[in-house]
Design a binder for this molecule. Structure first.
Ligand SMILES: [Zn+2]
Length: 182
């Protein structure tokens, strides 16, 4: 049997349990942490491929798709790879995101960014980073994610599903990216 034969036609709807009537797609943006916990729990008792239930298959598919999703912006330092991190500066409770200060995952590019912004923290541009923030800051980060990852404006289950299922697009440099090289 082909390993990648699972190709869902729509979001997965929980039939029972804590998330009854919600979809995995919805949960991914509302509460990514609990989706990860659920996935880890399922994987602990994982069955052979041919015996996996619909939820496990769907989550395997969803996690794989998420791994493939990258920002379409190129790293302003090496100009070769897609950006993976953005900077956050300031004291923890009162910090600001710098959506224009970004880099790829290469150590060299990270170091160059941090030379220009020594007090910055690097945040992964991923829906899973949403778990790090609450309230207004979470909303703000989601807004940045929407732009960086081309998320749909209205985050309905269907729209998120289509976003996961789309073909990757090629990267390009974006106008507002800043490089401060010392
Ligand atoms: Zn780079």
């Amino acid at each position: 049997m082909c390993q990648n034969s699972y190709a869902p036609e729509g979001p997965y709807v929980f039939r029972n349990g804590d998330h009854k009537d919600q979809t995995t797609e919805e949960l991914l943006l509302k509460d990514p942490e609990s989706l990860i916990c659920l996935y880890k729990r399922i994987k602990k008792n994982s069955r052979p491929e041919s015996h996996r239930n619909q939820l496990e298959k769907h989550l395997d598919w969803l996690m794989k798709k998420l791994e493939e999703i990258q920002s379409h912006n190129l790293c302003p330092y090496c100009k070769k790879k897609n950006i993976v991190f953005l900077a956050e500066v300031g004291p923890s409770r009162d910090s600001s995101f710098l959506p224009g200060v970004t880099c790829c995952e290469d150590e060299e590019c990270k170091e160059r960014l941090l030379r220009g912004f020594p007090s910055a923290d690097l945040i992964r541009i991923s829906v899973f980073s949403l778990s790090n923030f609450r309230g207004q800051r979470k909303k703000e980060f989601l807004k940045i994610l929407k732009k960086k990852l081309n998320l749909p404006e209205r985050l309905t289950s269907e729209a998120i599903f289509r976003w996961l299922n789309r073909k990757p697009i090629s990267a390009s440099l974006e106008g507002e990216q800043w490089v401060i090289d010392l």
